[in-house]
Design a binder for this molecule. Structure first.
Ligand code: AMP
Length: 584
């Protein structure tokens, strides 16, 4: 196929922002693409030369492109840079430079899709000495035989930014139009920018769209989806998940309370720690392991430690499992928030050192394929059961902590426990749900503490029981209203075990002792003197406290010796926070 045919489509797609018009242009083009060209053409339409999940990267920076344009057009690099500065886009700069050079010459017009694709793929293959020169040479060679507009798109592809406004949704619909329009009786009216279908045709249309989406979510590969769609709906429905190629992950909904979460997933449910790391799809095929992020990027090279563990701890010969990768602090034995390990995702060098510096634990939470069996349609509880048998668990590689319960109170206690060990919240999952790739369905719900924090003053406390009997261990907290202090809750979590880790119950007891006014049983009244910062999930109206508000799931953050009781959050502030949160 001539590269110009593809470039015509780029130009037409870039020329409209109307989604249906784009779909129409693209579907017309797809209908002409031969089976042989499909893979290359579809990648190039997406601005790619390798699938997203491929580890190979072009590694083309702007400087390199400037040199290639300079080499192909005979302009100095400074002159090209000048053109770039005026146009603001290197693709446009390439077009302008090629135009200036070849004005008098007739373009050969021979550049083929195959040649562009092959040269750009080859660009990714160099390492070591001469890499930059080799890459410059391959790109310059394409520019030499390109027309100005072709040059624009060669450069934009090399830089990975096509700017034609083509998303997965349009690609999917265009696949449907291209393969099923005739059968569905679908005709697009450009003047109306619309297409008409009877209710019955609409139903069929939706079903086919769903089939294409189904196939894409499982394979994330539009070329093979197009090829299946040409054979018909059954082919789409029978597309298989392939170990080694990522699939779209299932997404979860959000609930603001445990009760609300149960409403969505039904009782009993699996209630699990929601770890604060990042998600990886782990594929294992004999000794080979592939790791993909939720954006489907292949990060196997960045996580040799995870790959090694997966290789040795997944006992199944072939599997796809999902895991949360969580930073782990060897010194304290605790999980670290995501920010601490995020550096590892992008890291391209010093991989082993970085892995040693930021160790991670692998927490498994779903199973998609095992020993050639697609498990997506199995109920969640069966997938977990199979997962248990497919892996050898250890401290660094284990299933997510979970309980199965129908009891809100038990789930809430588990939630509080999850927060207290440093997690983000909990996930509630429906026991009989399938795994639906690519969808945000109500099969799982996250309940996350979106913690806000306020400064409050302690006005009362209670002596602990058992091994805590030497300390005050639950604290009544208050906001300020004029010169009064009104209670808004009690806090008893967030304290550390050891003094070196932060504030302990003993520390706070010592700080409060001078301010104790009265004692009745285990309850003590305390003069408002000690200010603390408290995080909470939500503010609720509540008759139980004198402020008539309560902080939900309050958690101690730190002492604020720099604050006076007069400085704490006022009732007006709380009202404001409350109404703002309601407004959302
Ligand atoms: P969010 O990123 O807020 O949409 O929450 C969903 C994410 O939580 C998932 O994509 C996982 O990365 C992560 N996660 C942590 N623990 C679990 C778990 N037990 N089950 C499912 N996802 C989890």
């Amino acid at each position: 196929m001539l590269y110009q045919s593809l470039v015509d489509v780029y130009v037409r797609l870039a020329g409209t922002s109307k989604r249906l018009e784009k779909t129409n242009v693209l579907s017309g083009f797809l209908s002409q693409v031969s089976e042989d060209d499909a893979e290359r053409v579809i990648l190039l339409l997406q601005g790619l030369v390798f699938p997203v999940w491929d580890e190979r990267r072009l590694g083309v920076a702007e400087k390199l492109v400037l040199r290639a344009i300079s080499k192909a057009t005979g302009k100095s690099a400074e002159a090209v840079e000048q053109v770039w500065k005026t146009s603001g886009d290197l693709g446009d700069a390439a077009a302008a430079c090629v135009q200036a050079k070849t004005q008098a010459v007739l373009y050969s017009g021979e550049l083929s899709v195959g040649k562009v694709f092959a040269n750009l793929q080859q660009v990714a293959s160099f390492t070591g000495d001469g890499t930059v020169d080799n890459k410059v040479g391959l790109i310059a060679e394409l520019l030499t035989s390109a027309t100005p507009v072709q040059a624009r798109y060669v450069i934009r592809t090399a830089l990975g930014d096509l700017r034609i406004g083509l998303g997965d949704g349009t690609m999917r619909d265009a696949t449907v139009w291209s393969c099923f329009a005739a059968r569905l009786g679908l005709t697009y009216d450009a003047s109306e920018n619309d297409f008409q279908l009877t209710p019955e045709q609409r139903q069929q249309y939706d079903r086919v769209v769903d089939a294409v989406q189904f196939a894409y979510d499982r394979t994330t590969d539009f070329a093979s989806v197009l090829s299946a769609a040409r054979k018909g709906e059954d082919s789409l429905r029978s597309m298989k998940i392939v170990v080694g190629k990522p699939l779209k992950v299932m997404l979860y909904q959000k609930a603001s309370t445990i009760g609300e979460a149960f409403e969505v997933v039904d009782r009993p449910a699996s209630v699990e720690y929601k770890y604060d790391g990042f998600r990886l799809q782990i594929h294992k095929k004999r000794e080979e392991v592939f790791l993909f992020t939720r954006r489907l990027e292949n990060v196997t090279a960045q996580f040799p430690d995870v790959a090694d563990r997966a290789r040795s701890c997944i006992s199944a010969r072939e599997a796809i499992v999902e895991a949360e990768i969580v930073g782990f602090d060897l010194a304290t034995g605790k999980y670290l928030p995501f920010q601490n390990i995020s550096v590892r995702i992008q890291r391209k060098y010093d991989i082993q050192e970085t892995a040693a510096k930021y160790p991670v634990h692998i927490v498994l939470f779903d199973l998609i394929v095992v020993e050639g069996r697609d498990c997506t349609l199995l109920p969640y509880k069966d997938r977990i059961e199979l997962l248990t048998h497919a892996v050898a668990q250890s401290r660094e590689f284990h299933l997510a902590e979970r309980i199965t319960t129908d009891d809100e109170q038990e789930a809430t206690q588990f939630y509080v426990k999850s927060l207290s060990v440093g997690n983000e919240g909990v996930m509630l999952k429906r026991l009989d749900s399938p795994y639906q790739p690519g969808s945000r369905v109500g099969f799982g719900v996250k309940v996350k503490a979106v913690m806000d924090a306020v400064d409050v003053v302690i006005v009362g406390a209670e002596w602990g029981e058992g091994k805590r009997s030497a300390w005050l261990s639950s604290f009544e907290i208050a906001c300020r209203h004029g010169d009064q202090f009104l209670t808004i809750g009690r806090v008893g979590t967030g304290f550390k075990e050891k003094a070196e880790e932060g504030t302990t119950f003993a520390d706070l007891t010592e700080a409060l002792k001078p301010h104790v006014r009265a004692q009745k049983g285990r309850e003590v009244a305390v003069a408002p003197a000690v200010v603390i910062e408290v995080a909470y999930e939500e503010i609720q109206a509540s008759p139980s406290y004198s402020a008539e508000f309560a902080l939900r799931f309050p958690r101690f953050i730190r002492l604020r010796p720099d604050r006076r009781p007069e400085d704490v959050t006022t009732l007006d502030d709380i009202r404001e926070l409350y109404s703002h949160q309601r407004g959302k």
